[in-house]
Design a protein around this ligand. Structure first.
Ligand code: ZN
Length: 174
């Protein structure tokens, strides 16, 4: 049994809300007097919006279904906003959100952009993501794709994200 609590904390002179999932054994205090859970996730309201749109606190089926480690890791990173897209790296340099753009397309470089918009990944997108998801872009279909329990869809999505991250590395290095 888990409990979701919210706490307001002062961080860089700005009030942020933390969501902390705690288990029945309770929480312990970490840095800045923020209560940290032993096992679960702390998510700032201002980040990980993508992850929060479909997260469920249970074992995710893709972890079993995507059985190739090199593909499983990137999809996990994307789901947890632990990646090098500008929407995240811009946070580290205090870049305003609206300026965290893809250098290729000049659009906000977030998870949605990687999955459906960025022209750098057009070729692999056609290969790995069904036309159903690629047509008529919206967050409903994005959520549907991320929540899909269909094994082949999950494996293809993981492969797409792996190859997209590899392409992004070459773009970043050039
Ligand atoms: Zn782009």
């Amino acid at each position: 049994m888990f409990t979701l609590i919210r706490r307001s904390v002062a961080r860089k002179n700005q009030a942020n809300t933390l969501e902390v999932v705690i288990n029945h054994r309770g929480v312990k205090c970490g840095q800045n007097n923020v209560c940290l859970d032993f096992f679960f996730i702390i998510v700032y309201i201002s980040r990980a919006v993508f992850c929060r749109s479909f997260s469920k606190f249970e074992l995710q089926s893709y972890l079993n279904n995507v059985n190739i480690q090199k593909y499983r890791e990137p999809i996990t990173r994307l789901r947890l906003s632990s990646h090098r897209l500008h929407i995240e790296t811009g946070r580290w340099s205090n870049t305003p959100r609206e300026d965290r753009k893809c250098t290729l397309c000049n659009k906000l470089e977030d998870e949605f952009h990687l999955l459906f918009e960025c022209k750098a990944y057009d070729d692999i997108r056609v290969k790995y993501i069904k036309r159903y998801y690629r047509d008529t872009l919206n967050m409903i279909k994005t959520t549907e794709l991320m929540l899909s329990e269909h094994v082949k869809t999950q494996r293809n999505l993981a492969a797409f994200i792996y190859h997209a991250f590899e392409i992004k590395k070459t773009i970043t290095q050039s």
